[in-house]
Design a protein around this ligand. Structure first.
Ligand code: ACO
Length: 329
């Protein structure tokens, strides 16, 4: 007997109330709306409130996804949170989410770090765990508080990122909707291109006074750009080939929302028109692991994804990690 068909049964998303526009940023660092928008396609991003944690944003997105799936919190037996900005080093953000939701104690909870590819990695993991038949309903969440790991004096990185969360509920397929396939990759040889170098756990993270440094992102933007285009194209082509599909069979592509020029290049390489891509980075910036589920929820709630559609999600991020997922709705 083959594995049971598993589907995305519900989606949800959350973004903090406060927005920071490019003009706001131009008061913090030497930049302009024109520079940021023309280079990235971003106009504004959401920034978490001082006391708003990654797990709270994750739980807010999860509640919507659970309601959308037509199940209850008590049905959830697996919670995976993809994040690089956990509430704490331990316990996992997923445990905090379980507590916020009042989810049952039998639910397995853990975090997963694959940077901006985290949601695709978590989807693959949850799909395999549900496919084993040992878990029935999973919450797969991408949630980030990127504003805490930005150097707000570095204009080359602080203009790119934002905060938010997206969630999906996976469970037994109810009709023809189902996850068709996923594909994951990593190239650890390029780990230096995009990092948050300090964890506070390494001796080199200690200052002479014994205090931990505030960890912030460092990035080689141009190299990331080139790798992102190549790797996302590869991840898209290989999964389509594996499932005997042409790019034209995809109704909607949900790419990692890092930069509009990266997305446009992938469209050109795959010979897909811009309308085939769902893009919301103009209002959110790059929310790392939250970016794909946040866009996915918006694409569904605005009717851009309809029952029967086939969606390709494709991501890249620090690691370098990259990956893709094919889903029928
Ligand atoms: N405002 C004004 N000028 C700026 C800014 C800014 N915010 N940032 C950089 N510049 C300047 C640079 O200092 C440089 O000036 P110089 O020529 O005098 O040295 C000039 O603009 C050009 O800089 P580049 O880095 O060459 O600009 P580029 O056109 O490559 O665009 C960008 C930079 C937007 C970062 C681009 O390389 C990019 O998007 N790369 C991918 C980044 C990305 O997606 N990162 C996240 C991916 S993974 C994940 O999601 C975690």
């Amino acid at each position: 007997m083959g594995s049971p068909a598993i589907a995305i049964l519900g989606t949800g998303s959350y973004a903090p109330a406060r927005t920071l526009t490019n003009d706001d940023l131009s008061k913090l660092v030497d930049t302009s709306n024109e520079w940021i928008f023309s280079r990235t396609g971003i106009r504004e991003r959401h920034i978490a409130a001082k006391d708003e944690t990654t797990s709270q944003m994750a739980a807010a997105a999860a509640r919507i996804a659970i309601a959308d799936a037509g199940i209850t919190t008590a049905d959830i037996d697996l919670i995976i949170v993809a994040t690089v900005t956990p509430d704490m080093a331990m316990p996992s953000t997923a445990c905090f989410v379980q507590n916020h939701l009042g989810a049952p104690g039998h639910a397995a909870c853990f975090d997963l770090n694959a940077a901006c590819s985290g949601f695709i990695y978590a989807l693959d993991t949850a799909w395999a765990m549900l496919g084993s038949g040992r878990y029935r309903y999973a919450l797969v969440i991408g949630a980030e508080r990127m504003s805490t790991v930005l150097d707000w004096t570095d204009r080359t990185t602080c203009v790119l990122f934002g905060d938010g969360a997206g969630a999906v509920v996976l469970g037994p397929a109810r009709g023809t909707a189902q996850i068709i396939g996923t594909k994951l990759y990593a190239e650890g040889a390029h780990a230096d291109l995009l990092c948050i170098p300090e964890t506070g756990c390494s001796p080199s993270d200690q200052t002479p006074g014994g205090l931990r440094k505030q960890p912030t992102i460092t990035m080689k933007g141009r190299e990331i750009f080139k790798n992102a285009v190549r790797e996302m194209e590869q991840a898209a082509r290989e999964i389509l080939h594996q499932h005997h599909l042409e790019p034209s069979a995809i109704d909607c592509v949900i790419p990692h929302q890092a930069n509009l020029r990266i997305i446009a290049s992938i469209g050109q390489h795959l010979k897909l028109p811009p309308e085939r891509f769902f893009v919301n980075l103009e209002r959110y910036g790059n929310t790392s692991a939250a970016s794909i589920p946040l866009a996915l929820d918006e694409a569904r709630s605005t009717g851009r994804i309809k029952p029967g559609d086939t969606t390709l999600m494709v991501a890249f991020g620090a690691g370098l990690t990259y990956g893709s997922a094919l889903v029928r709705w």
